[in-house]
Structures are given as C-alpha cells and as structure tokens.
Design a protein. Structure first.
Length: 116
C-alpha cells in the first residue's frame, strides 16, 4: 500500500491482508501488538496460518463471505474494539483489514437520532 503514511503512527493497530490472507501492511502499533510473533516480520506471511482453530476457520469464512466482524475484548483490564472488514479499491475486493483500538475505561455514549 505504501502511500498511507498517516496510518503508521495511528494509535490503533492496523493490519491489512490481500484476498488470500497475505499480510501486506502493518502499522507501528500492530508491530508492537504482534512483536512476540515477529511483528513486521509477519509481512508477506499468511495470517490464516497465524490463527489457531476455531479463529482460523471463522476468519476464512469472513474473508470468503466478505463481511465484517466487530466486537470488543478485554485483556488484563484493558478493553479494545476489534473491527475486521473487507477493503476495496474502485469496487474491487482487495482483502481484509483489522483495526484494534484501545477503549477508555469509561467513555461517553451519544444517541443522535435525526429529529427536527
């Protein structure tokens, strides 16, 4: 991808793969998050080989069906939002992106219904 310099220092972990699961790009935060598995040395490897079952099968299915998966997790008291979704260029499917963002322990929630 290369031209998206802003994403390198983005405060969430961003990992991008092609339609077959080959890791194309990882930002600095993803490098840190996956350091014990090699960090940016994972570039060029297949992310499906990095996931144990049943996560591997679920990810494969999401990629085949080109549908997003959004959920929150908590590890060691830190809550995170995980957003996995297909990405496109000019309407052509290019693979999957995962964005993981740390959530504050308390955060406001706004309901903004359109009303006159």
């Amino acid at each position: 991808m290369g031209g998206h310099k802003w994403i390198q220092e983005f405060s969430g972990a961003v990992t991008v793969c092609d339609p077959e699961g080959t890791v194309l790009e990882m930002n600095d935060e993803a490098d840190r998050a996956f350091r014990k598995w090699g960090g940016k040395q994972l570039l060029g490897s297949n992310l499906l080989e990095c996931h144990p079952e049943p996560a591997c099968s679920k990810l494969r299915q999401l990629m085949e069906e080109r549908r997003k998966n959004v959920y929150t997790i908590e590890k060691k008291g830190i809550r995170k939002l995980v957003y996995q979704a297909p990405w496109y260029v000019n309407g052509q499917y290019q693979g999957f992106v995962e964005i993981v963002i740390e959530l504050p322990s308390s955060m406001p929630h706004f309901i903004r219904d359109a009303s006159p």
